[in-house]
Design a protein around this ligand. Structure first.
Ligand SMILES: Cc1ncc(COP(=O)(O)O)c(C=O)c1O
Length: 273
């Protein structure tokens, strides 16, 4: 948008649907799209993809001469045995793709504005040129911290991953006990939760507002991520396990008593010390 592009939104209820809708959008767009964004593991849907998906993306992008911008911010936040794949594992991907990674999640450094990009030489060159006009590089202590994180022992990454996995497990289990079935995300720091049946008509925004006011639980309404996010809310795994259980207790009361709950019915949701 900063460069004057018009953004086209397409549904991404599954990676396959995303690709097929991109195909349709490409055929119907004049002028043809310049670039497409892929973000798996996804924020907000927590979907993951395999190498076959990226193979198809590379084939499609080459055919239509579209740059691929792959956002791999959750490269290290996965809960299965294998890390999420990189588009750069596909032969010829560097002809059309650039991939971004961030230290925000892997090393718990959000807000430090530190990450890196790899891939197509022309795009990396353009990024380096723009960066050199915008700033003189990141603040030196942050560069030193980032180098230390990248070059030092990596057990901390396993620890961070284990923290998110434990929170995910507590979230899915405690919310199910509260009457809210949330599919277990395979990666990322989010769960993409269907709005409970009773709230479907009212929509994700009303549900999120009522949850906040009556259960003291903050979630992001799916509609905030675009029109195709309706019907879901995004739950972030940013609170500790104890607080997630507290939240589930409140959600349970909210789902059984609705908006008639008295504030005294709530667990104490004061921030953990
Ligand atoms: C998919 C995705 N990409 C990028 C970012 C931003 O990363 P950074 O903090 O490095 O700007 C986030 C953070 O929320 C994210 O979820």
């Amino acid at each position: 948008m900063i460069a004057g592009a018009a953004i086209r939104h397409v549904p991404a209820t599954s990676p396959e649907e995303y690709l097929s809708r991109i195909g349709m959008a490409t055929r119907h767009s004049v002028p043809s799209p310049l670039a497409m964004v892929v973000n798996y593991p996804s924020n907000p849907t927590a979907q993951v993809v395999d190498l076959d998906f990226y193979k198809e993306v590379v084939r499609f992008a080459k055919k239509h001469e579209i740059w691929v911008l792959s956002d791999l911010a959750y490269a290290d936040i996965y809960f299965g045995d294998n890390p999420p794949p990189s588009i750069l594992q596909i032969d010829g991907a560097k002809d059309i793709a650039i991939e971004f990674q961030s230290l925000s999640k892997t090393y718990a450094m959000p807000g430090w504005r530190m990450g890196f990009a790899a891939g197509n030489e022309k795009l990396i060159g353009a990024l380096a040129r723009i960066k050199s006009y915008l700033d003189y590089g990141a603040y030196t202590p942050i560069q030193v911290a980032a180098a230390t994180a990248l070059n030092g022992p990596q057990d901390v990454v396993d620890e961070i991953r284990a923290v998110y996995r434990a929170r995910r497990d507590v979230l899915v289990k405690s919310m199910a006990q509260a009457g809210w079935e949330i599919p277990a995300p395979e990666a990322s720091m989010f769960a993409w939760a269907p709005v409970p049946e009773r709230y479907r008509e009212k929509g994700s925004m009303e549900f999120a507002k009522d949850l906040l006011i009556h259960a003291k639980v903050a979630v992001s309404p799916g509609i905030g991520f675009g029109e195709y996010g309706e019907g879901f809310v995004r739950v972030a795994l940013v609170e500790n396990e104890h607080r997630i259980r507290q939240a589930a207790r409140n959600v349970k009361k909210f789902l059984t008593q609705g908006t008639n709950m008295a504030p005294s019915d709530l667990s104490d949701m004061a921030p953990a010390k």
